[in-house]
Ligand binder design. Structure first.
Ligand SMILES: [Zn+2]
Length: 349
């Protein structure tokens, strides 16, 4: 593994020199700032160089793509084998789900989670899109407003009741981290001054990886179940068009936002809705869902992020900020369905 990384790194350097060698080195923006203060940049600070993955923390992950049927699932002697390049004899696997019969394997990612190995198989297959429901009652519509603390608030003002999986195990994780740091400090050094990790240390790392993987699995499970339930209960689901990476940067929420899993949740809602013939409506990016008053339509010029209650200057309605936004999204969806002729006539119903 290590040698392989070295070879790839050298190849990348060579390519970099060939492509950029004639131009002066460009440094990352964050480094340029530090350079003004007298910081001397190293190779690591050069723009466009490959990133390193931590040998210890990153675990093991390997992806291989399908070319001309070199990835296959085979059954032999009552066992199932995964055939990937370099493993002509196949790797015995336990399939958690049957693969779709007319599916095409696109790629396989092998990953280590603690002591077990997982193979995620990406399959392309034509899934049955149910025909879109032709008439939708406004009462059978819901809208979800993204909420940083709890995934979403819906247009009935209900919160998702989303357990913060990473927070739940956070305490445990901190304890493990401490224990790792202590073990690292005490580790013996080899002749090159590199620490030699004890068996105990390695076991703690495995334990750590297992804990993190468990949290991620629990979260995905929650998102699957909830999106399944919503797409069963409602005929139309309205969400806002969020650029999550952008939001993460401008709010400096970074990690927290990505832990939240809303992006994943939206894509689950979308494909589940399509399968069930339900309407999945994304509000226009410039629709001011938080600034509008859901009661009278008045638009606030300014709404600070810290204002958790929406108080309308015009009709004096007061309600939770996220609930107000979700109601606006629902109204947006009602108009969208009205325009396309899918909304059931509110008078005749
Ligand atoms: Zn109002």
């Amino acid at each position: 593994m290590y040698n392989d990384a070295k070879i790839r790194f050298q190849a990348a350097i060579k390519k970099y020199n060939e492509t950029y060698g004639k131009r002066p080195l460009q440094y990352k923006k964050s480094v340029q700032k530090k350079m003004k203060a007298g910081y001397v940049p190293s190779l690591r600070d050069v723009k466009g160089l490959p990133k390193f993955h931590s040998k210890k923390q990153g675990g093991f992950s390997y992806t291989t793509n399908q070319t001309n049927g070199n990835i296959r699932i085979e059954s032999r002697d009552g066992a199932t084998f995964l055939r990937i390049p370099k493993f002509p004899e196949g790797i015995p696997v336990r399939l958690h789900r049957k693969l779709p019969a007319d599916g095409l394997v696109k790629k396989v990612t092998l990953k280590r989670e603690g002591t077990r190995y997982l193979a995620s198989i990406s399959v392309d297959y034509p899934f049955e899109k149910a025909p879109l429901k032709e008439t939708v009652l406004a009462a059978n519509m819901t809208a979800l407003d993204y909420s940083q603390s709890g995934l979403y608030v819906d247009s009935d003002g209900k919160k998702a009741g989303y357990p913060r999986f990473h927070e739940l195990i956070g305490k445990r994780q901190r304890r493990l981290n401490k224990s790792l740091a202590r073990k690292k400090e005490r580790a013996m050094k080899d002749e090159n001054g590199q620490p030699v990790y004890s068996k105990n240390y390695r076991q703690t790392v495995v334990h750590y990886q297992k804990t993190m993987a468990k949290a991620a699995n629990q979260r995905n499970d929650f998102l699957h179940k909830r999106s399944h339930q919503i797409t069963n209960d409602y005929d139309a689901i309205v969400v806002e068009d969020l650029d999550l990476t952008n939001l993460a940067q401008c709010l400096k929420l970074g990690k927290k936002l990505h832990d939240n899993g809303f992006g994943m949740f939206r894509s689950m809602l979308k494909y589940k809705a399509e399968r069930k013939g339900k309407h999945y409506i994304v509000a226009d990016r410039f629709f001011p869902s938080s600034k509008l008053c859901s009661a009278c339509g008045h638009k606030k010029e300014r709404l600070r992020l810290s204002e958790r209650t929406y108080a309308c200057e015009s009709c004096h309605a007061e309600l939770d900020r996220d609930h107000n936004a979700a109601l606006n999204l629902k109204n947006y969806g009602i108009h969208a369905l009205l325009d396309t002729g899918f909304l059931a006539d509110p008078v005749s119903n």
